[in-house]
Design a protein around this ligand. Structure first.
Ligand SMILES: Cc1cc2nc3c(=O)[nH]c(=O)nc-3n(C[C@H](O)[C@H](O)[C@H](O)COP(=O)(O)O)c2cc1C
Ligand SMILES: CCCCCCC(=O)C(=O)O
Length: 390
């Protein structure tokens, strides 16, 4: 298992006088966002940065972290620290995954290949979106090039065509993805005012369709190959992607279509979490999609405790939406999350500095987490619980 960067080592690197002439890459998510703003056109930048409606839920995500405080404990030996966690039968170097972010080709020429390689180098799972710019097999091969069997999960968007869903999942299994994450909160696109104002939706230009266009079951739905009629392919994609009818019955179909662990992303209500477990899923991800879907929805961290209570010891609960720094990860763990999804900050780092940027942003998060853990008097993330919170 790769060694997680020690917080102190990252600090010494930054403070090293011998490297004073080298430009220091951003060390905060806000700096990455500013850099991304400088290099991206309004459309792609707004697509990443924007949320639904008045963006109240985006703010609620951060407010939920700000409302909670850590209470550090002293005089405990924290000279050896362990960020590792057990998740779905695997030991991970840290309680962090790169959250699925679609259509990364709008941010960087390498698209998903760059963050996938960065994640592989750190041993952190990369969750590949259904709507990626690069087919899943190429992403898997790029990860294996860095580290054979580097951890990767496939995120599945519900589709009206069960054949397409089954085919995507079967391809993911063959390409070595070790879990399937079904995202439930985006069966239609939320009301995203920034994108509407910018008249920007990359899928309409055919971006983000690599998995679909390379899929035999999807291609079978088309009257002519997408190479001959790309616009018809986009229409067919929208026709199958938008699926407000997706139900527990459809989920049972997905469950039956794979032996891989299945996680449901977008759970906010404890009753949905209970039902998910009854339906045979292996984990839930508390998320409001970074405030991009239902404006006015509960902040993800606020939703976490009730879901954790409902799930109990039956399965791991993960969360995303608002994770920016090490202390955020600790707060989520203290409220019962097993791991968290890191989202927008890595997308900004990708736009500004490609693979190296994503890797650095990830290492900064882990270094910050390592220091926050130790300074709170905890030697292991596995021991973090609610007693760490005020
Ligand atoms: C530009 C963008 C695209 C996203 N695409 C997907 C996607 O394809 N599938 C998915 O499940 N979630 C997607 N998400 C949601 C993320 O997985 C995650 O829930 C969200 O980014 C968390 O919020 P945060 O980044 O503000 O922390 C996307 C988020 C952003 C910002
Ligand atoms: C019409 C396809 C929409 C995919 C949505 C990608 C995503 O999750 C997001 O933008 O958020």
């Amino acid at each position: 298992m790769p060694h997680v960067p020690h917080g102190l080592a990252m600090q010494l690197q930054a403070y090293d006088p011998a490297r004073a002439a080298e430009p220091l890459p951003p060390v905060s998510p806000e700096e990455w966002e500013r850099r991304a703003r400088e290099v991206l056109a309004d459309g792609p930048f707004g697509y990443v940065a924007g949320g639904a409606g008045a963006e109240d839920t985006m703010r609620a995500n951060r407010a939920a972290f700000a409302r909670r405080s850590l209470v550090p404990r002293m005089l405990r030996d924290v000279s050896r620290r362990d960020l590792g966690v057990e998740l779905l039968g695997h030991r991970l170097p840290a309680p962090v995954v790169l959250a699925p972010i679609g259509v990364l080709g709008i941010l960087h020429a390498e698209g998903e290949l760059a963050p996938a390689r960065a994640a592989a180098a750190e041993g952190v799972p990369f969750v590949l979106s259904t709507v990626s710019s690069v087919p899943m097999e190429q992403v898997a091969a790029a990860m294996d090039g860095v580290r054979a069997g580097a951890p990767r999960w496939f995120q599945l968007y519900p589709a009206r065509s069960r054949d397409v869903m089954a085919s995507l999942v079967a391809r993911a299994e063959r390409a070595g993805y070790t879990a399937v994450v079904v995202t439930l909160d985006t069966t239609m696109l939320g009301w995203r005012e920034t994108d509407l104002r910018n008249r920007y939706l990359p899928f309409l230009q055919g971006q983000g369709l690599a998995n679909y266009l390379s899929d035999p079951a999807f291609r079978a739905l088309l009257p002519v190959p997408p190479e001959q009629d790309p616009r018809a392919a986009v229409q067919a994609f929208l026709g199958t992607y938008v699926h407000p009818g997706f139900s527990w019955d459809d989920l049972a179909f997905v469950r039956a279509s794979t032996r891989l662990p299945l996680l449901l992303k977008g759970i906010l209500h404890p009753d949905d979490a209970r039902r998910a477990l009854d339906a045979g899923v292996d984990g839930v991800i508390v998320s409001n999609h970074g405030g991009r879907q239902v404006d006015g929805a509960i902040g993800a961290l606020d939703a976490l405790p009730a879901v954790v209570e409902a799930v109990g010891t039956r399965a791991p609960v993960l969360m995303d939406s608002g994770i920016r720094r090490g202390a955020d990860v600790l707060k989520a763990l203290a409220l019962g999350a097993r791991a968290v999804g890191f989202g927008r900050p890595y997308a900004y780092a990708l736009a500004a500095a490609g693979e190296a940027g994503v890797r650095h942003a990830l290492r900064c998060l882990l270094a910050d987490l390592d220091l926050a853990l130790g300074l709170c008097g905890q030697a292991s993330v596995a021991d973090v619980d609610a007693s760490l919170l005020a």
